[in-house]
Design a protein around this ligand. Structure first.
Ligand code: GAL
Ligand code: ZN
Length: 685
């Protein structure tokens, strides 16, 4: 294996094939043909590793790891806690989850276990210890794959007790909790912590701060559980790096917090690439956002742990991957900072729920399937660009995406209870910046902003402690900050700030947000260049020049009263026609923009293009504005790597920078799903 390489491989479940040992020979042959260098093993192997309580069998796994290693294939070794064996649930019913209606589940499914249960924690500690002791030192084991896709919550008595302790630890006294949660409302005051119950449709769901703290608790409990899994491996003497595979659009766990316990972030990406005739561009942009979220968790290379080399079997429609899609999806992950592109899974299982899920090796076994050929081409591509491994993705622009904010806002019973579109609003800002070809970081409210010149923070409803101050300093120091409607509304306990919003920033943005209008799905308003536009600030006219006369907006329209801010655009309709819809305020050395409504994508595209060009932020790649084109840059000490891909349905010709073409057409002619990677030497000075 070369010194620098990209991981290529995927989930492998040889425990399903122990009765057919010849399968392993075929698999190894196929792996080599496809330049597969990594297999994630042990992911759901508990019943084979500990068939009876306390009776371990690691011999079969060790043999497989040996064989793979002899053949140049490394292993990501999983802890098996994603699903528990039958004997455990039978003997210790407390390991099974309880739902919000307080009913205990039967055995079945995965992640159907209580992460508080001392029995479950102890069983996991024991098996992780054995695993690390016996196999952790194996030279073929590269990485620990902790559990699999953690998620969900449990409402059992043990979890209720743990939640109460968590609250007591946070608030110390019940009076402080009552005060923070505003429980005088409807006489829901608690007399003691013992009265607190997790949110339930059978009971309390009106004290919204309870809902928020329950989200935090469930997330913390999962992270704590994962921490104990890792501690067991460490205590058994393994110091190999750890990851856990995260999920797309997943809301239950604060991934920024979880990632603090990981050495490497990784995630599972299953876009509906060819959905409803929309083409691949829509899915590519959404996937790009999630790649950037995952990169942002550690601000360093991550892994695409799972992706499907064929059709999935669990989405509404199991669409085949069109030719070129596997390569394009894999390359996109590398472009966004992944050091490996892997699949679920390497061999298709024979029975049970995933027997029709796409896999590198089909039931048929041969190497002449379309999917296998796609994977081979991807293997060649990854091999050819292996030198990019370890290089970083630097960005001067960032968008803020925050889990706690999302939890609070989505439970808030506020201006629209049929969808606030928070996720989409963040993605719009991300897309607008990406269409300039800028690398974009995604950070949460706790993230440092110092390194950036442009930060967009859509819908920051909840302000964490210190967040307002951070924005103030960023703008005062010369940064450009875009904040939108429905920001700075509540504190960390979901209590409305007093004294006007956006909290703590009225002078920075030069305005006060007063009311917010919820629009029905079919309603819309417009953001226009009205008579009030460019109210005198000469330097802003350049930005407005590149903007259309008007843009559509929907869902939420906030009405603000400007103080020192200059309105740049105004509402076009309804009783608030003529009131400001886009404003700018000069503050300190920087600029603070405020967007009042949920505008269509092109509004953000045009606005950000104007701002970024004027302020000379980052390197703008003009071709990124072409429909379907994604441009990303990675770099290390000596080189800059330029990645361009075409997710559009038409071929495009793009200008590629001078350098060595590592992959793709040297003339920059990108067919649909085509891509190019160019190495540019950094100039020595
Ligand atoms: C993932 C999961 C895998 C497999 C895959 C199927 O979410 O981690 O174990 O179930 O989905 O697409
Ligand atoms: Zn529980």
């Amino acid at each position: 294996m070369p010194e620098k390489y990209l991981m290529h491989g995927g989930d492998y479940n040889p425990e399903q094939w122990l009765a057919m040992p010849e399968i392993l020979d075929t698999d190894i042959r196929r792996f080599k043909e496809a330049k597969i260098n990594t297999a994630s093993v042990g992911v759901f192997s508990w019943s084979k590793l500990e068939p009876k309580e306390g009776v371990y069998d690691f011999a079969w796994l060790e043999k497989i790891i040996d064989r793979l290693y002899e053949n140049g294939i490394y292993v990501n070794l999983a802890t098996p806690s994603g699903a528990r064996p039958h004997w455990m649930a039978d003997r210790y019913p407390e390991v099974l989850r309880v739902n919000e209606q307080r009913q205990r589940n039967l055995f079945g499914a995965r992640h159907n276990h209580c992460l508080t249960s001392p029995v479950y924690r102890e069983k996991v500690r024991q098996i992780n210890t054995e695993l690390a002791r016996r196999l952790g030192g194996h030279p073929g084991v590269k990485l620990w794959h902790i559990s699999n896709e953690y998620g969900g919550e449990c409402h059992c008595p043990l979890c209720q007790e743990a939640f109460r302790k968590w609250l007591e630890n946070k608030y110390k006294t019940i009076e402080a909790l009552n005060d923070s949660w505003c429980t005088t409302f409807w006489s829901h005051t608690y007399d003691s912590f013992s009265q607190v119950e997790s949110p339930s449709t059978l009971g309390e769901r009106s004290v919204l701060a309870l809902l928020l703290d329950w989200k935090r608790f469930s997330s913390d409990q999962t992270i704590d559980f994962m921490g104990q899994e890792i501690a067991a491996l460490r205590a058994a003497g393994s110091d190999k790096p750890v990851t856990t595979n995260l999920m797309y659009r997943f809301n239950d766990i604060d991934y920024f917090k979880m990632a603090q316990k990981l050495d490497i972030a990784s995630w599972d990406s299953y876009p509906e690439w060819h959905r409803g005739g929309q083409g691949e561009w829509e899915a590519a942009q959404e996937t790009a956002f999630w790649h950037d979220v995952i990169y942002g968790l550690k601000q360093k290379p991550f892994l695409l742990m799972e992706s499907c080399p064929g059709a999935t079997n669990w989405q509404a429609v199991s669409k085949l991957k069109k030719p070129g899609m596997v390569e394009a999806a894999s390359l996109q992950s590398i472009a966004h900072g992944a050091d490996g592109a892997m699949y679920f899974q390497l061999r298709k299982s024979r029975g049970s729920a995933e027997k029709f899920h796409g896999a590198v090796i089909d039931h048929y076994d041969g190497n002449d399937t379309r999917t296998f050929q796609d994977v081979c081409r991807t293997g060649d591509m990854l091999f050819g660009i292996g030198e990019v491994a370890g290089s970083r993705k630097k960005a001067e622009a960032a968008v803020i995406y925050d889990w706690e904010n999302r939890w609070a806002m989505e439970n808030s019973e506020g201006p629209r209870n049929i969808g606030l579109h928070y996720q989409e609003s963040v993605e719009k800002s991300h897309r607008a910046l990406r269409r300039l070809g800028l690398n974009v970081d995604v950070v949460d409210q706790n993230g440092a902003l110092d390194g950036y010149r442009f930060v967009a923070a859509p819908m920051q409803y909840l302000f964490r402690e210190g967040f307002a101050q951070k924005i103030r300093e960023f703008v005062a120091g010369g940064g450009t900050f875009v904040l939108t409607y429905w920001s700075g509304v509540v504190d960390e306990n979901d209590r409305c700030f007093l004294g006007g919003r956006p909290y703590g920033l009225r002078d920075v943005f030069g305005l006060r947000a007063e009311e917010i209008d919820g629009l029905y799905d079919q309603e819309e308003n417009r953001i226009c260049k009205g008579p009030a536009s460019c109210g005198g600030q000469e330097e802003e006219t350049g930005i407005l020049e590149g903007m259309q006369e008007s843009y559509r907006c929907q869902y939420l329209c906030e009405l603000v009263k400007p103080d020192t801010a200059t309105p740049l655009m105004v509402y076009g309709e309804d009783f608030y026609a003529g009131m400001p819809a886009l404003l700018v305020n000069a503050f300190g050395k920087g600029k603070a923009y405020y967007v009042c409504a949920d505008a269509e994508q092109t509004f953000y595209d045009d606005l950000y293009r104007g701002i970024v060009r004027k302020a000379g932020i980052g390197v703008v790649w003009e071709d990124a504005a072409l429909e379907g084109v994604e441009i990303t840059v990675r770099e290390d000490a000596e080189n800059t790597y330029f990645f361009a891909q075409n997710f559009g349905r038409q071929g495009v010709r793009i200008r590629i920078p001078e350098g060595a073409v590592l992959f793709g057409p040297a003339d920059g002619h990108l067919a649909p799903l085509g891509g190019v990677v160019v190495r540019m030497k950094k100039v020595e000075n």
